[in-house]
Design a binder for this molecule. Structure first.
Ligand code: NAD
Length: 468
């Protein structure tokens, strides 16, 4: 059993109450997490506020070295964290699962350590010198979802501490244990209070909402659904917090008539089914030109039927169960509806417990709920199209604007279409491949601001201009 406490001011702190975390592969209890109260949150924020006084005055080299040390620590504990993550999230150790996530966490931490935002001289003339400095904002509140909890925690924490801020993180109630342990490991190499973690079942108290309202938190970085992101934004307005919001997506993939169906089948599959489709920038609706429609459907199904789904701890699994009952019920509702409207090419039926076999449903229309809503699960809808202008309009006909992709042998033509898609990232002949050196974020309701790269780092700073 992995029972965890809060991590406040450098060490574990028990909460008065706790809640159980279950393994979606088996339904067994993995361990217990502390159920924080608003008083506990105050303690964590106070510790971060005190630590900020010293941390914010560290030199750039000291901050970079601390982030390097964190990256190394993640690497040393990768296997332990991967097992804990698999047990609470359900994703397999192998494939694009927990070990892949830990590899990403270490890579992102290392890359962030190497970034910096040096002072810029805007003017240096007889009329005067003007310098642009970037100051840390203070205590950063981080709220994370359950799909990639360890990697997203690193995406929030590392740029914050790299720029001299301190952090209080609150993971999802479904996957708190790996984050609490990650933060405990970070505290082996960081001064007390720089990174703190609380957890909440969202029922005893809504600690996420309390963070967004907290007067001593100066910035919120939130990754989760559009609905909750809007609530965070409204609550944070009262104290004029800085915001980075990474929200939901309903990414379209557009397949042009010149593709070789067999060649793109693997990329299409993993674009849609990475982490069982529970990925913000997964391909969530696929539009295929009528000339290659049957070939693409056949090739995709041929690839998908050979994918091994099973218990995450089984080394042969490359996909696990859906991560929790709430998400399972949503996927089942959307699939049940789609079965009455389209043609099931693969899957369509739930398995035991939270298992749901990869499901591909063709002949759907743009307005069918499986196409129009973010399913966030292992069910990909396919829509046939004949006119490129029409399909671009359909892809853009969404409040979401996270990612998109275009698939073609003619990469020049694909790029022209890609540039017309209203989304923050767009890929050609792949989908969802993000990198630490490229800014990532959504347009429209998919979010506000970006993460990664210098642009992402800058979001953890306020500009101060000095007129010398
Ligand atoms: P969610 O919005 O239900 O929960 C996210 C977090 O918000 C959790 O930690 C939850 O406890 C907390 N929370 C709940 N109520 C709150 C409130 N009133 N105020 C503040 N916080 C509150 O999302 P989820 O189901 O955990 O995650 C899935 C969603 O996240 C999907 O829509 C997915 O697309 C999105 N997502 C986006 C990105 C991205 O980078 N754009 C990445 C991963 C996931």
């Amino acid at each position: 059993m992995s029972d965890m406490g809060m991590i406040i001011d450098g060490g574990r702190m028990a909460a008065a109450a706790s809640f159980d975390v279950t393994n979606p592969s088996t339904g067994e209890i993995v361990g217990s997490a502390p159920n924080a109260t608003p008083d506990d949150l105050d303690k964590a924020v106070s510790a971060a506020k005190v630590a900020f006084e010293t941390w914010s005055k560290k030199s750039d080299a000291e901050l970079a070295a601390a982030c390097e040390a964190v990256a190394a620590r993640i690497g040393e504990h990768a296997e332990e964290l991967a097992h804990l993550l698999t047990k609470e999230q359900g994703k397999p150790l192998n494939g694009l699962g927990s070990r892949f996530e830990l590899g990403g966490a270490q890579a992102w931490a290392g890359h962030t350590a190497g970034l910096s935002l040096p002072m810029k001289v805007l003017q240096d003339t007889n009329e005067g010198r003007i310098e642009l400095h970037r100051n840390p904002v203070g205590v950063v509140g981080s709220i994370t979802p359950w799909n990639w909890p360890v990697m997203i925690a690193v995406w929030h924490i590392l740029p914050a501490v790299r720029t001299g801020n301190t952090v209080v993180i609150k993971p999802s109630p479904y996957t708190p244990l790996s984050t609490l342990r990650l933060v405990e490991i970070m505290n082996e190499v960081l001064p007390a209070g720089v990174v703190n973690a609380v957890a909440s079942d969202d029922q005893l108290h809504n600690i996420g909402a309390a963070m967004a309202a907290h007067p001593d938190i100066r910035k919120m970085v939130f990754t989760g659904s559009i609905a909750t992101g809007k609530r965070v934004m409204m609550t944070a307005a009262e104290t004029m917090k800085r915001l980075t919001l990474e929200l939901g997506g309903n990414d379209a993939g557009i397949v042009l008539p010149d593709v070789d169906a067999k060649q793109i089948a693997e990329g299409l599959f993993w674009g849609g089914f990475i982490n069982n489709g529970q990925t913000c920038a997964a391909m969530k609706r696929l539009y295929v030109h009528e000339d290659v429609y049957d070939d693409v459907c056949d090739a995709l199904v041929d690839y998908a039927r050979n994918v091994t789904v099973g218990d995450g701890l089984d080394e042969t699994s490359v996909l696990g169960p859906i991560a929790n009952q709430m998400q399972f019920d949503k996927v089942k509702r959307l699939v049940d509806d789609a079965k009455t409207k389209g043609r099931v090419l693969l899957g369509g039926e739930p398995g035991e417990g939270l298992y749901f076999a990869p499901t591909i449903i063709a002949d759907l229309s743009h307005d069918d709920p499986l196409v129009a809503e973010e399913q966030f699960g292992p069910a990909l809808p396919i829509v046939k199209y004949s006119d490129i202008e029409e399909v671009i309009a359909l892809a853009n006909d969404s409040e979401n604007g996270l990612g998109g992709s275009v698939w073609s042998k003619d990469t020049g033509k694909a790029k022209e279409i890609a540039r017309r898609l209203q989304c923050g990232s767009v890929w050609i002949n792949k989908h969802g491949a993000i990198q630490p050196n490229a800014p990532f974020g959504g347009v429209k309701s998919s979010g506000l601001g970006v993460e990664f790269g210098e642009e992402g780092l800058a979001e953890y700073t306020d500009i101060q201009v000095v007129y010398c």
